[in-house]
Design a protein around this ligand. Sequence first.
Ligand SMILES: Cc1ncc(COP(=O)(O)O)c(C=O)c1O
Length: 553
Amino acid sequence: MTPANAFAAGTTTLAALPLLLLTSSAAFTPTSQRLPYVRSYHGCAASHTTFPFKAIGYSTPHTGAHTLVGLARRSPSFNAVGRIMSTADVNAGETTTAEGGEELWWKAVVFEDAALPESVLKDFPILSTMVGAEGSEESEKKPLVYLDSAATSQKPTFVTDMLTDYYLKANSNVHRGAHALSREATGQYEAARDAIARFVNAFSRNEIVFTSGATEAINLVAYCYGRKNLKEGDVIITTELEHHSNLVPWQMIAEETGATLKVVPVSDEIGTPNWDAFRDMLDRSVKLVSIQHVSNVMGCVNPTADIVDAVRSKAHPDAKIMLDACQSVPHMTVDVQKLDCDFLAASGHKLCGPTGIGFLWGREELLNSMPPFMGGGEMIDEVYNDRSTYAKAPARFEAGTPAIAQAIGMGAAVDYLNGIGMDRIEKYEQELGAYLHRRMEEVPGVTVLGPPSGGEEGRAALVSFVCDKVHPSDLSTFLDMEGVAIRAGHHCCQPLHRALGYSHSARASLYFYNTKEDIDFFVEKLEETLKFFGNLAGGPDGEEGGDNFVPFI
Ligand SMILES: Cc1ncc(COP(=O)(O)O)c(C=O)c1O
């Protein structure tokens, strides 16, 4: 069947497909004219029936047109007339050996600390679960290979037990009651603050403000510090690589205060911020610099010591430096005293803790010089009908009933990480990340984003990439069918992707619980998927691709 009559052959159920397919891959910036895609759908409005299926075809990005080539229905009863499309169909029996019998370097690699992920596997039951693509049968499920820890990490039982224990044995409001449970809850909540303060080597426990996450922490500084201290003529500097949560708040506060926001562009060569351009931006008008410690897309570790030196010597004497440490705190020893910044934000859920919690570290005198973020209980000293006085930090910034269990869970998470040792985690991840990076660089048709590994500042254990022939969403859908969880999208970094000339990328991100086998399996499935799409795209115009692709409607 040719693409042209594919729709005509459809039943009433298939009649809704053109509508669905219009939402497909047209936004991607491809290098080729025709971009193959695979899309998972569940249900069809036209016939009011519900069934999961995959649509495979080409999109022509410039016109937005889509050509449906095949449908794969993921139901055993449908196999009689069709077949389930999977990468295994394409490469059954193939192994990843080099042509000509050449020795493959990566097969011989053994990580120095391979015992680390083995020793923690029992702590993460989720890593031993079976997963399936949307609508898949139990029998189709595959072992989970979780490569999305930069989005959120998995949680060890040490943390989940702590959460359960808290709710079962200590649940109460904090700082309020003189009863036993309240004392217990308050004790655990404040012990979590101590744990975080030690974890980042704060000067004082009062410097740790619990927030809902890094986003709230950055907004807190933008509003509380920015509103009071920024005005027209002042300059805020951030970079083009930032997560939206370290860009949009500064745009908003610049608009409100009249300050100017300057954005350090990404450098063309290696995809790190252009630090020369940054230095050129620095003068006495610069009042605030807010940058990532580690990029969630490019994986670069920013040279914070140089940045801090440059700001301290060239910017306004009162200029403040904020670090978005979301992607560093979970993976390496972060010492705010050594970093010599003024504010630092991180999220609990990326460091084995629960969602809904993170923290802001700020120098104590600075926090106490800032107005509160929100008004309400806990943040006050005295309240009258017409005015109030405020508590000192951290209570000043923790209005209302806080996320008590989540804070305790985040405290447990850092205890857990300390139990392993941050130096050990960092060392292992350096090896793991460099291995992933090198393997990815050798996959034909893949462009790896960001700097090379082995650089002076190091590289985080994550790799973002784009493929010549496959949209990142389609790739992740396909890998999902193999149990591999990666991230596809702009990763909350639209300006960065725009600067690089892509609308999206795919990202595999690692944590200390990942193994060499995880990476090998991912790369194997990636290669298979790319071959599959290569076949699909390979035929002359108007024909389906290689022999391995069997359309069936
Ligand atoms: C570098 C970076 N900054 C900020 C954030 C925002 O964190 P959250 O959504 O937990 O507030 C993220 C989350 O992905 C991130 O990677």
